[in-house]
Ligand binder design. Structure first.
Ligand SMILES: *[C@@H]1O[C@H](CO)[C@@H](O)[C@H](O)[C@H]1NC(C)=O
Ligand SMILES: *[C@@H]1O[C@H](CO)[C@@H](O)[C@H](O)[C@H]1NC(C)=O
Ligand SMILES: *[C@@H]1O[C@H](CO)[C@@H](O)[C@H](O)[C@H]1NC(C)=O
Ligand SMILES: *[C@@H]1O[C@H](CO)[C@@H](O)[C@H](O)[C@H]1NC(C)=O
Ligand SMILES: *[C@@H]1O[C@H](CO)[C@@H](O)[C@H](O)[C@H]1NC(C)=O
Ligand SMILES: *[C@@H]1O[C@H](CO)[C@@H](O)[C@H](O)[C@H]1NC(C)=O
Ligand SMILES: *[C@@H]1O[C@H](CO)[C@@H](O)[C@H](O)[C@H]1NC(C)=O
Ligand SMILES: *[C@@H]1O[C@H](CO)[C@@H](O)[C@H](O)[C@H]1NC(C)=O
Ligand SMILES: *[C@@H]1O[C@H](CO)[C@@H](O)[C@H](O)[C@H]1NC(C)=O
Length: 498
């Protein structure tokens, strides 16, 4: 941009300088036509300067002033003052030319300077603008990058904090897991201990069951033998019945005797109606007393056939229709039930509280007519249950007071907890059970132990909170299980059909 005017200026200056030099040379060396050429790039400029040759003295010729070219050679005529004049003229022309050139120079210089200044200003402005633009864009970029950086920093901080939080949580949960693991380990240990205890118990139960199975098999055989023996006895009975029926005169005699005694009783009653004591002498059991009119539970006297002495008994006139003769009661552990055969035969305890009526009396009572048995039970949670047997009979002492039951019903389990037929009575000094062991000594009290059976209402009385896991307590398997010692129990009898 700048090069062209600069070149032009340079060229012009060069031309002026050359012209001046040429004119001076011409003054010295003689006038000659001179041609000057200036080469600039592809362009060339040619300047033709007037020659200082002797010209014919034609004043008009100088009027033309600028007619610098003269082809024809000057002819030497009239050469008086002419050279002086001519020199002066030439000097003027030169002066004029010089002035003109100087003017031109000045003009060009002015023009160029203003243009140059303008160009410089433009450039400076443009550069300033560009610089400003660059600066703003730089600033913009810097701010954008700063913003990005701060955002990134925030993100990094956020992630770091998040990771820290996560790490904290992880460590917390790890702690928790460790604790749980420890607890589970303890539990496992405990369970293992428990398991081994259970295993030993299961083994013990298995051996016991096998023993029971063996005893059951023995009992079955025994029952079969008994059945055949009973068949024999039945045949004998039939024979004696036939004999008895043939001899009715004896019966008639007995009947008349009975009639007589009844009439005697009626007489006694008529003579002294207020006296119950006399009448009591002939009551067989509580059912008869109830039929006579007494309706309050309590102690009464009865006289059982074949028993030499009258006996006091407790009569329950309330339970299930009343008329029950109690043969056993447990209520608070006040009486010791760990007794021998003789005690259980004769009876013991307090009729108003805990007692055992006596095997002999019960045998006599239940051999005369058909009796039913009722067993009432109470646990420590206040639950009550009963077991009832439609038929109940106790064998003689010679038969070891063996038990005969049938017709079970009641709420103390769907099954009877007493073996129904043929179990002999055992005490600690009379081992009549079906076990190789001695059940009465192991489980205490006197009872119809089998081997050793599912019940024992004459076991040791355990008070509240000590009644669990007691094999020698007061048990009734189908009510509260094999090792639960009950709170209270009663056994009572009443003739069938009352
Ligand atoms: C110088 O030249 C100009 C025109 O170029 C002319 O008008 C003027 O008269 C001349 N002056 C002299 C002294 O020759
Ligand atoms: C200034 O710069 C712009 C582009 O950046 C250009 O178009 C313009 O011709 C320049 N002006 C001058 C005087 O250099
Ligand atoms: C600066 O950046 C903003 C957006 O980030 C843009 O709109 C603006 O034109 C930029 N300015 C310059 C001078 O680059
Ligand atoms: C971290 O960034 C998330 C979004 O990505 C936002 O919900 C959270 O509030 C931020 N947390 C902090 C501490 O800045
Ligand atoms: C029938 O009874 C009488 C008198 O009680 C007795 O003498 C007789 O032996 C009895 N007859 C039989 C067959 O038992
Ligand atoms: C018991 O008998 C007496 C009279 O002997 C009578 O007053 C009373 O109401 C009877 N009570 C019951 C529960 O039968
Ligand atoms: C009662 O005594 C008589 C004679 O003493 C006897 O034959 C009978 O078998 C006895 N009854 C009972 C149940 O023991
Ligand atoms: C047990 O019960 C009977 C009858 O209820 C009572 O007479 C006796 O005092 C009681 N004994 C104890 C030790 O509670
Ligand atoms: C009960 O005793 C009798 C003997 O009186 C005996 O024959 C019988 O086998 C015994 N019963 C059991 C189950 O042991």
């Amino acid at each position: 941009m700048l090069s062209w005017p600069a070149m032009l200026l340079g060229g012009l200056l060069l031309m002026v300088a050359t012209m001046t030099v040429a004119q001076r040379r011409g003054q010295g060396a003689g006038a000659r036509r001179q041609r000057h050429r200036v080469q600039h790039g592809q362009c060339s400029y040619t300047f033709l300067l007037p020659e200082p040759e002797p010209c014919p003295p034609e004043p008009e010729a100088f009027r033309g002033s600028n007619s610098l070219q003269r082809d024809s050679p000057a002819t030497a005529l009239n050469l008086g003052d002419w050279p002086t004049q001519r020199v002066q003229h030439l000097e003027k022309v030169l002066e004029n030319n010089t002035k003109w050139l100087q003017k031109l120079e000045r003009y060009i210089q002015r023009n160029l300077r203003s243009e140059l200044a303008q160009a410089q200003q433009h450039i400076v402005q443009n550069q300033t603008a560009t610089m400003l633009e660059l600066g703003t864009s730089l600033l913009n970029q810097t701010t954008a990058q700063t913003r990005k950086l701060t955002a990134m920093e925030a993100q990094v901080l956020n992630q770091t904090s998040r990771m820290e939080i996560q790490m904290l949580e992880t460590s917390l949960s790890t702690n928790k897991l460790e604790k749980q693991l420890l607890l589970q380990g303890h539990e496992l240990h405990r369970l293992q201990g428990h398991n081994s205890a259970l295993e030993t118990r299961v083994q013990a139960l298995e051996t016991k069951q096998q023993a029971e199975l063996a005893s059951l098999r023995g009992e079955k055989e025994r029952l079969q033998r008994l059945l055949s023996r009973q068949n024999g006895a039945l045949a004998g009975l039939e024979r004696s019945l036939r004999i008895a029926s043939s001899n009715s005169s004896l019966l008639q005699h007995q009947q008349s005797q009975l009639l007589e005694s009844v009439q005697r009783l009626v007489r006694v009653a008529a003579q002294d109606p207020a006296s119950m004591r006399a009448a009591e002498q002939v009551f067989q059991d509580c059912a008869e007393i109830q039929r006579f009119g007494a309706n309050a539970s309590g102690i009464y006297t009865i006289h059982v056939a074949n028993m030499t002495e009258p006996r006091k008994v407790f009569c329950d006139m309330d339970a299930s229709g009343g008329g029950w003769t109690l043969i056993q009661r447990r209520v608070n552990g006040s009486v010791n039930f760990q007794r021998n055969w003789k005690d259980y035969k004769q009876g013991f305890g307090d009729l108003a509280g805990e007692h055992w009526l006596g095997n002999e009396l019960v045998h006599q009572l239940t051999s005369r007519t058909a009796y039913s048995l009722r067993v009432e039970l109470q646990d420590w949670e206040g639950n009550e249950a009963h077991a009832q047997y439609e038929h109940f009979q106790l064998g003689s002492e010679g038969q070891l007071y063996r038990l005969s039951l049938s017709g079970y019903s009641g709420s103390a389990g769907r099954q009877s907890s007493l073996v129904l037929q043929g179990t002999n009575f055992s005490t600690r000094d009379a081992d009549n059970d079906n076990c190789l062991c001695k059940c009465a000594q192991m489980l205490s009290g006197g009872w119809w132990f089998d081997a050793c059976g599912l019940s024992n209402l004459n076991g040791i009385y355990y008070p509240a909170r000590r009644h669990l896991r007691k094999l020698n307590g007061i048990r009734w398997h189908y009510f509260q299980g094999p090792s639960y010692s009950l709170r209270a129990a009663r056994m009572m009898v009443r003739p069938v059909g009352v």
